[in-house]
Design a protein around this ligand. Structure first.
Ligand code: MN3
Length: 234
């Protein structure tokens, strides 16, 4: 494929990808010698590092976004080039991730999960939109029961991982995944379309909360972007 055709295809794929999800990573021109493929990108933060104080401190945000997340994005893209994999978007990436190397899996999950997580947070305290609270009540009985169930899975994830609220086609469910796994992965025991995610790796809370994961979870409810979750509920 010559450069002109490569760029034309890249632009078309980028437009199609943007329709699928605003979270989608851009198609990069970084490796035209490999033809068309998908690369992850690190989305811009929609708020300042200190905007989530006092619930998440600025230093944690700066290191988490600037070091941890940036490294996942760089490492997965390096591995995509080095291992010559060709996928068209993150969904086709995760749909065959069980066939990929641990480097691709762990860093691809880390790249996507954090882009999603930043959008689950907001400095503006929000009420839960009606359609989301209705769905929560239908599946869990009450908002309080949902928060208890979510806290339980977030506390129950041994070691590093994520807690999720997902819609599985029937209703809402909570569950957790280890490491940087997510509910889109083909071999995940926990499936569904994510509405909310909580990073329970120690790097997400240790500077402020040390070993007290429960305190971090309890405070997290103050900065949940309920509107973002409701918008993903179709
Ligand atoms: Mn993290």
């Amino acid at each position: 494929m010559d450069r002109r055709h490569f760029l034309a295809n890249t632009v078309k794929a980028g437009v199609a990808a943007a329709v699928v999800s605003p979270l989608l990573s851009k198609i990069s021109e970084a490796a035209p010698e490999h033809g068309f493929t998908f690369y992850f990108q690190q989305d811009s933060l929609l708020y300042a590092f200190d905007a989530l104080e006092p619930y998440i401190d600025a230093q944690t945000m700066e290191i988490h976004y600037g070091k941890h997340h940036a490294a996942y994005v760089k490492n997965v893209n390096d591995a995509i080039s080095k291992e010559h994999i060709h996928v068209t978007n993150e969904y086709t990436f995760f749909a065959q991730v069980s066939k990929f190397s641990p480097t691709l899996r762990n860093n691809g999950g880390g790249a996507w999960n954090h882009n999603f997580f930043w959008q689950c947070l907001t400095p503006q305290k929000q009420e839960i939109p009606q359609k989301l609270s209705d769905a929560i009540v239908a599946s869990f009985g009450s908002v309080e029961a949902f928060k208890e169930a979510f806290t339980k899975v977030a506390m129950g994830q041994f070691g590093s991982g994520w807690a999720w609220l997902v819609h599985d086609g029937n209703g809402l469910k909570v569950g957790s995944t280890p490491n940087q796994d997510n509910p889109y992965m083909d071999d995940s025991p926990f499936w569904g379309k994510p509405l909310l995610a909580l990073d329970v790796w120690e790097h997400a809370y240790y500077l402020k909360y040390q070993n007290k994961r429960k305190d971090y979870i309890d405070q997290w409810w103050n900065i949940v972007n309920w509107q973002f979750a409701a918008d993903r509920l179709i």
